[in-house]
Each structure stands twice: as C-alpha cells, then as structure tokens.
Design a protein around this ligand. Structure first.
Ligand SMILES: *Cc1c(COP(=O)(O)O)cnc(C)c1O
Length: 367
C-alpha cells in the first residue's frame, strides 16, 4: 500500500518540537494573536523575501482579505485561471466581483500570460495568478501586463511556497499574496491556516484590521472586518515546520526527478514540464493520459493512492451556473480535468515506493 499522502515522515522530524511547543502554549494561556503569531509572521515574511506577513484563518480567507484590502467589490472584474481550485474564484465572488477566466499554457498548466490582455476590460481591477501544482507562473510578464494596465496582482500561492521565477520567490511578486497552510499543502498546519504577504506597509496594516473584526483597538471598529485570525497554536507549529520546508522541497524535487526518468516515454503519458528560469516545488505530481480513469482504477487495484486535481473546472460547477458557461467554453481547462491524475508525492516516499509506482504504471500500458 502506498497512500496518496502521508504525514508520517514529516511529523517524525518535528514531533518532539511540536510537543514542547504545545506544553508551553497551554501553560502560557494566551491563545489568540500573541507572540507565536508575530514570530511566524516574521519568519514567513523572511521566507517569502517580503517585508510583511499577516496570519489569517485559511487560504480562501487570505484571498478574500487581499481583495477587500485592495477595495475590490461589486461591479469589478478579476482575472483568474480557468483551471484552478475553486477557492480562487470563490474569493472573487465573495467580495461581489466577477471572476474572468483565462486559459492556461497547456505545458505548465499555469495561466497563459499571452491570453491575459484580451480579457482586460474597463472593469478589470486585478489578476490572480495561481502557481498551480507547485510551479511558479511567468510572473515577470504578468507583472508587466498589470503595471501597463494599472491592475493589482494577488498571487494565489497556496501550492507553491518556495518556488521561483527568474530567481524571485512566490509570494513576493504581487501587491498582496495569499497562501494556505491546509494540512496537505507543502507547509501544512494541523488544521486550517493561511497568510498574506506584502511589501506595502499600508496594506499590511489594513489586513491586520480586516482580519480582526476591523479593529485595532479593542471594541473600536474602523471597518466591517472579519474574524479570520491565524491561531496562536498553529502559528507555533508552522514556525517549527517552516525550518524544514526548503529541505522538504528538495526531497520533492528528487522524487519528481525519479518519476520523470522512470516514466519518460511510457505509453501516452504527458509528464510535468517546468518552464525555463522557473522552479517547481511539486506540491503535486500531475501526469496526463487519455486513459485516465482506467489508469486510476489500475493503480487503485495495485494499492497506490491517487487523486484528481481537479475533476471539474470552476466554470462547469453548479455553483457558477449564473455565469452561463457551457462545456467547450474553456477547452484546455476541460482537457486537463479529463486527463489529469496525481500520483503520490511527499517526503517519506522511499525509493522502493517510487519504483513500485513507476512499475505499476508501466504494467498498465504493457497489459
Ligand atoms: C488550498 C487552496 C486554496 C484554499 O486554501 P484553504 O486554506 O483550503 O482555504 C486556494 N487556492 C488554491 C490554489 C489552493 O490549492
């Protein structure tokens, strides 16, 4: 049995530190917005090479709060990828704005910068590029387009903490950037958690206010804010795990290289492609085949866990009926949804596990 995801090895590395932290946390008796949140915000800003970070309750809230801080609201349009986890779109809808989908580059699965300008209208206020599966988007081009048109950029960095484009790290390009520490993300908490990063002190201050009921001074509220604070306990845990994140990204890359070598030229498989001058942190290892459902069945029968990221693009979800999109409107997003399958990828996969996955996939094509 090779599960799709296991935390066992990562947990083994940090378990003693987490337990010590937990004991100190209980005894201290300060559970909301304390020293540990401050420390993690400092640590994560350093990691993202930005000046500021705000801890928030989850990744979806991080995008919503970024949009609110930039005053994006009803009547505005926001450019989003046609192929992303639905959270990117939901955040835009939540502030009353309209998500405008743009198709990906079929090799990288990231938003195709050359299609962005055609989607810009007088209502467009922002672009949310998503660094999908762990690969950084072509941010230099996206920032150029945004600057030329006076648009804000919010990176959705939920899947690619630590990836780079032209040497610059994810979470440091946009005006505000959002990330998630959902347990399965590369830097995962032990529950829900998220953060924003920015270099703009005013925006940092605004986000501080919004995430805490719109208040900076207890019981005095400047704006209609939310309760979306990063838990003190999760912040302490995240600071401990953050120390190992680069090492874990290297491990993910080593696993990816073994898969890339072992699966080269097998059947009709399309393997992950990393653009030049770009790095990948392999949040997911996504391969594509026309026989996706049969391959998934075969791997399932062989005791190998897989998932589909994602089986139905946002424009075809019932939740977005109101936009009146139909099948065929975003053919690349649809093609990816129909052909993609994610195979096991996490620190803790042994060489034998990796070989077993490769051999099981080869056996599928030789059968
Ligand atoms: C996980 C994820 C989110 C949302 O994060 P949560 O912490 O689950 O709210 C947003 N965007 C992308 C691309 C994600 O993968």
């Amino acid at each position: 049995m090779i599960p799709f995801l296991s935390f066992n090895q990562m947990n083994a590395v940090v378990k003693n530190e987490l337990k010590d932290n937990f004991n100190a946390f209980i005894d201290k008796g300060w559970y909301i917005l304390g020293d540990q949140v401050k420390a993690f915000e400092h640590n994560f800003a350093n990691f993202c090479e930005t000046k500021y970070c705000n801890g928030v309750a989850n990744g979806l809230d991080a995008i919503i709060i970024a949009l609110k801080a930039l005053n994006i609201k009803e009547g505005d349009e926001v450019i989003v990828p046609s192929n992303t986890y639905i959270a990117t779109w939901l955040a835009v809808s939540f502030v009353g704005a309209k998500p405008i989908p743009v198709e990906p580059d079929i090799r990288t699965y990231n938003i195709n910068p050359s299609l962005i300008e055609a989607a810009i209208t007088p209502r467009t206020k922002a672009i949310i590029p998503v660094h999908l599966y762990g690969q950084c988007c072509e941010m230099s081009v996206i920032m150029d387009i945004a600057n030329r048109h006076g648009l804000f950029v919010i990176e959705d960095n939920a899947q690619s903490q630590g990836a780079r484009h032209q040497g610059k790290i994810t979470g440091s390009f946009g005006h505000i950037n959002a990330t998630s520490f959902y347990p399965g993300k590369n830097l995962g908490a032990y529950g829900d958690a998220g953060a924003t990063t920015t270099n703009d002190e005013k925006l940092w201050h605004k986000i501080n206010t919004i995430r805490n009921y719109g208040s900076n001074k207890k019981y005095f509220n400047e704006v209609k804010g939310m309760n979306s604070r990063l838990d003190e306990l999760q912040a302490g845990f995240l600071s401990i795990k953050l120390k190992y994140l680069n090492e874990w990204s290297e491990t993910r890359n080593a696993i990816a290289n073994k898969y890339l070598t072992g699966l080269q030229g097998v059947g009709d498989l399309i393997l992950p492609y990393t653009a030049t001058d770009t790095t990948h942190v392999y949040h997911l290892f996504v391969i594509r085949t026309k026989q996706r459902d049969l391959l998934q069945q075969h791997l399932n029968n062989s005791g190998i866990g897989t998932l589909i990221h994602y089986p139905l693009p946002p424009h075809l979800q019932e939740a977005y009926r109101e936009l009146n999109y139909k099948k065929g409107d975003f053919p690349l997003a649809e093609e990816i949804a129909e052909t993609c399958i994610s195979i096991p990828m996490y620190p803790g996969l042994s060489d034998e596990d990796i070989s077993q996955v490769i051999e099981a996939i080869k056996a599928f094509y030789h059968a």
